[in-house]
Design a protein around this ligand. Structure first.
Ligand SMILES: *Cc1c(COP(=O)(O)O)cnc(C)c1O
Length: 390
C-alpha cells in the first residue's frame, strides 16, 4: 500500500562521509566546518554576513534579542505560521501582535500589518510561506517610514529569490532554518543574515553565551586563552557535525529546487482545473518550493483529508493559527486567517517523490471531487471569504 507524507529529508552517504570527517578531526562543536558552512551560505545567496546557529527558532530569538526587543515591545507576525515564529517573540517578554495573511499566497498581508503598527512596535516578522516571498519592498518601506525592523522568518525560503535577488542578500535581518524538512537541512540548524559587521560580531558572541572568544578561537590561538563574558548570551551556536551535513546539502540546493519546481508545476497544471480547489499564487521562476499547500473550498477540507488518508496519502496542516493556541490567545479576531485555516491542506512534496506519486495524489483528489455534487461545491465555494481572488 502506498504511504505518502507531506515531507521527507533527502540525505545519504555523502552527508555521512562529511560527518565522518568531523569525527576524524575530534572537534565536534563550533569550529572550522561551521565557518566553512557560513561562507558557503554567503556565496550561495551572494550578499550579507551569515552567522550559523543550532535551530531556526534560535535564529529568530537571537535576531530579535540582538536588536533589543524586550518587555513592553510589540512584534507584528502573521497568525498563520509555525509556533516557532511566535515563541521567539514571547521568549523575550514582548507581545506578538497577530496579523492577517493574503489569500492568494498566504504571506503577510502588508496593509493589515501596517494598520497594526503602534508606538510600541519594534519589529515585523514576515513569513515567506512555502517558499513564496512576502512583499519585501513594501515591508522595507514600512521600516523607512516607522523605524520598525523587518526580521524575515525565511525558514521556508532558503534559495528563493525576490525580484531576482536571493532571499537574505537584501533586506534587514533574515533568519533561515535547516531543520530536517526544510529546503536544505543540517539535521538541525539555522542561520541569521545581517548586513553590518558590528551586528554580526554581536550575534556571534551572543550565540556562545556572550563570550568574547569562542573555544575554537582560543584553540587556534587567535587572541588570549582566557575569556570575558561581555553580553547576555545563549548556547545557540551550530556544531561542526550539523555544519558538515549542511556543507553537502548546500551543494545540492539547486538540484533540490529544480526537482520541487517540477513537482509543483505538475500539481498546478492538473489541479488548477478543479472547482473545489484554490491554488497558491506560485512564481516558480523565483520560489524554492518548501511545501505544497492548496485550499479546499466549500467546507471540503476535512472530508478530502479523510479520503486521501484512505488512499495512503497523509496530508498535513500548516498551520493552526497561533491566535487560537491556548498559550498565545490573541485578543483580535482574524476572520481571513480563520477561514483559511478551515481550507488549507498540505500535499506531499519532497525530492524523492516521483512524477507517478504526484499523479496518484492528483488522481485521488479528482476522484474525491468527482464523487461530490459539483454544483454544490461551486456554490459553497462562492460563499467563502477571499472569493474575489480565485
Ligand atoms: C521550521 C520553522 C521555524 C523554526 O525552525 P527550526 O529550525 O525548526 O527551529 C520557524 N518558522 C517557520 C515558519 C518554520 O517553518
Amino acid at each position: 500500500m502506498t504511504s505518502l507524507y507531506p515531507s521527507k529529508p533527502s540525505v545519504g552517504a555523502e552527508e555521512l562521509a562529511m560527518v565522518q570527517e568531523v569525527f576524524d578531526s575530534s572537534w565536534l562543536g563550533l569550529g572550522s566546518f561551521v565557518g566553512r558552512f557560513e561562507s558557503e551560505i554567503e556565496k550561495y545567496i551572494g550578499g550579507g554576513i551569515a552567522v550559523a546557529v543550532n535551530t531556526g527558532t534560535s535564529a529568530l530569538h537571537l535576531a530579535l534579542e540582538s536588536i533589543g526587543v524586550g518587555k513592553g515591545d510589540e512584534v507584528i507576525v502573521p497568525s498563520l505560521t509555525f509556533c516557532a515564529s511566535v515563541q521567539a517573540i514571547t521568549a523575550l517578554g514582548a507581545k506578538p501582535v497577530f496579523c492577517e495573511v493574503s489569500c492568494d499566497d498566504l504571506c503577510i498581508d502588508v496593509e493589515d500589518a501596517a494598520s497594526r503598527i503602534s508606538p510600541r512596535t519594534k519589529a515585523i516578522v514576515p513569513v515567506h510561506y512555502c517558499g513564496i516571498v512576502s512583499r519585501m519592498d513594501e515591508l522595507l518601506a514600512l521600516k523607512k517610514i516607522y523605524g520598525v525592523r523587518i526580521v524575515e522568518d525565511a525558514a521556508h525560503a532558503f534559495g528563493s529569490t525576490y525580484k531576482d535577488r536571493p532571499v537574505g542578500s537584501f533586506g534587514d535581518i533574515c533568519c533561515f532554518s535547516f531543520d530536517p524538512i526544510k529546503n536544505i537541512t543540517c539535521g538541525e540548524g539555522g542561520a541569521i543574515i545581517v548586513h553590518d559587521e558590528n551586528h554580526a560580531e554581536l550575534i556571534r558572541r551572543k550565540r556562545v553565551l556572550g563570550i568574547d572568544k569562542d573555544g575554537w578561537m582560543r584553540h587556534t590561538g587567535k587572541g588570549r586563552k582566557e575569556y570575558d563574558v561581555t553580553a547576555q548570551g545563549f548556547r545557540y551556536h551550530m556544531s561542526n557535525i550539523n555544519a558538515a551535513i549542511g556543507l553537502v546539502q548546500i551543494k545540492k540546493a539547486d538540484e533540490f529546487r529544480q526537482k520541487k519546481v517540477e513537482l509543483v508545476s505538475q500539481y498546478n497544471r492538473r489541479l488548477s482545473g478543479l472547482n473545489g480547489l484554490a491554488l497558491l499564487k506560485w512564481n516558480l521562476s523565483e520560489n524554492f518550493p518548501f511545501a505544497y499547500v492548496v485550499r479546499a473550498r466549500g467546507g471540503h477540507r476535512d472530508n478530502l483529508k479523510k479520503h486521501l488518508s484512505k488512499r495512503g496519502i497523509h496530508a498535513g496542516l500548516n498551520y493552526i493559527p497561533n491566535h487560537m493556541q491556548s498559550f498565545f490567545k490573541g485578543d483580535s479576531a482574524l476572520p481571513v486567517t480563520e477561514q483559511l485555516f478551515k481550507e488549507i491542506i498540505t500535499l506531499p512534496l519532497y525530492c524523492e517523490l516521483e512524477a507517478e506519486d504526484v499523479g496518484y495524489v492528483i488522481n485521488s483528489i479528482e476522484e474525491y471531487f468527482n464523487g461530490c455534487d459539483s454544483e454544490k461545491t461551486i456554490l459553497a465555494a462562492k460563499e467563502a471569504v477571499c472569493d474575489e481572488q480565485t
